[in-house]
Design a protein around this ligand. Sequence first.
Ligand code: PLP
Length: 366
Amino acid sequence: MIPVFEPEILKEDISNVVKTLSRGELSGNFSSMITKFESEFANYSGCKYGIAVSSGTTALHLAIAILNLKKNSEIIISSCTNIATALACYHNKCIPIPVDSNIDTWNLDESEIEKLITTKTKAIIAVHFLGNPANMKVINKIAKKYKLVVVEDAAEAHGSTIQSRKVGSFSDIACFSFYANKTITSGEGGMLVTNNKKYERLLKLYRNVGYSKKRFIHNVAAYNFRYTAMQAAFCYSQFKRINKIIKRKIEIAETYRHYLRDLEEISFQKSPINFKNTYWMIGILNLSKKINKKIISKKLNKHGIDTRSFFLSILKQPCFKEIYKNKDLKTPRSDYLWNNGLYLPSSLNLKKNQIKYICNKIKSIY
Ligand SMILES: *Cc1c(COP(=O)(O)O)cnc(C)c1O
């Protein structure tokens, strides 16, 4: 079976963990590896401050937690996203308001945002789906008009750019994930980046159970979302070769595009001019009415090819049924992406002839 994704673990990654441990570094105050990774990753993302945490999910949770929003505040989010984006709102007693997708970019459709804004709306979380940057210029303009905080969910978009500027630098706070299948990984892990000194202080306070200068006096009820030195060492080692990793991801995407260029029944993710998609995963969207993603993935599976579908719209998640039952919301294009979108094997070690094989099978299904 050709898996959808297989992490690449090099000897140098393991040896950096061993070296870090040999220096006695484990976590928190006992680790220079974490602070080194934080400051270099922030710098890479065009931000002043980096705050490492235990996952992308906890990064998003903290980003909302420190805003101290009133109960039932509304937060506009991409509807086609990992459940973590919505959970960050939900667990902070806010209501995630999903905005429908754009059928070309597969990101949130900015032209749908303003209709959803009410007096309760306080923030927007924009997801850079599969590594394709959301249109932050437009989103920020709307946010400014209505005085909303902007958060980027960049969990899938390390190194993606808009006019050569990295995602993560377009918002008040941005969140990255280092989960096992993400662009760089420590198995679990995440990072927040910001240019706001006050946010940096609060994020560090809230990730570390609210320890204040006065030992064991806690002024806020916070969390333990700390990252460990072993994880930092492992991820930092990959971060050192992130340009190479991204280059390879783009090469893989271009190879798929090349072999499938004449297949009219599918479309690829599109980006506006000067937007650089780093292709965390390469997706295809079925356009044919005679077939859907279930049939395609089943048939590919028979040929030893693993696939994954895109995300189910947040609006359709069973766990949020109660929240949306009296709300007149719709996400038809996200539903279309769910029913017809698939991502294909995207591991760094994928060979050109394997991609060719996968593409030939896709063509033969149509
Ligand atoms: C992976 C992912 C997350 C969650 O990150 P974890 O590290 O798995 O908690 C959040 N948002 C998006 C868009 C993701 O792809």
